[in-house]
Design a protein around this ligand. Sequence first.
Ligand code: PHE
Length: 354
Amino acid sequence: MDDLKSKWLGLIGEAADEATLEDLRVQAVGKKGEVSLKMRELGKMTPEERQTAGPALNALKDEINSALAAKKTALADAALDERLKAEWLDVTLPARDRRVGTIHPVSQVWEECTAIFADMGFAVAEGPQVETDWYNFDALNIPGHHPARAEMDTFYMHRAEGDNRPPHVLRTHTSPVQIRAMEAGGAPTRIICPGRVYRADYDQTHTPMFHQVEGLAIDRDISMANLKWVLEEFFSAYFGTKVKTRFRASHFPFTEPSAEVDIQCSWEGGTVKVGEGDDWLEVLGSGMVHPKVLQAGGVDPSEWQGFAFGMGIDRIAMLKYGIPDLRAFFDSDLRWLRHYGFSALQVPTLRGGV
Ligand code: PHE
């Protein structure tokens, strides 16, 4: 019995890892282990022999089991010590520079537009998002009864009973900034106005708040030809490839003549590619500024003329960056932003650099 004890406790003491320990357990106290087999022999013994051998074997089994458990803990502790020695952390090191924010695709495209038009001599103008209905409508030749007012799904700001100040709206387009820019700077002028606009509409291609960039160029001899050149130059720089435009006769109260502008594209397997193919995609409204609008801005229409356009920023952002649903711009989470967002501004210019 003492031989057995010293043999197994010795082996357990020398075990170098958990696998060896497990083997030893099976060989000693497993079902067919040496100690277990010895216990089975108890039946063949005389009652006297059994009285001493029985408790001794049980005690031996207990001792081996506790030696196994103790060794297992010791091995685990040693392994942890090894790891702690190998994997240490210097908490005094400065943290690594991790960029958590990204630029939203709309902001990115807003900047891209600003940079490209700046190259063509357009300055940025601004106006309020809560606008009087005079700037949003009347000054743009949209009188009170005009159907365009209804078509624009306007958000009206309600006045308290007895409050007789002029009505305000959430601007439905960036065109009121044309008037403000003319009032502020007169003619000649060349401005763009990127900004938020609002209409009561919500589906895959409409959100109640969206973004436009307005353009206005006024001088003595500005024509539709200049408009077409500026737009083709813009789209080619923006998409990084030559883009043709198509002008379709249209109607806006604030331009005459008016045109809706399509850009050249192709449809392949449900994806649209700009600057190739023979399909067309509508991206903006435009025209020659109506004489009444020039007048409203304090510019003499017998001396000055010019073009204006209004383009959807979200729309051209979706086209360039392959974003399928407009609503994702405004109700998505950080993972979406990481996917489509930008870590640093990459701004294309007319000269083709990025
Ligand atoms: N303001 C028009 C719109 O929102 C677009 C436009 C701007 C059309 C300037 C012509 C000239 O639909």
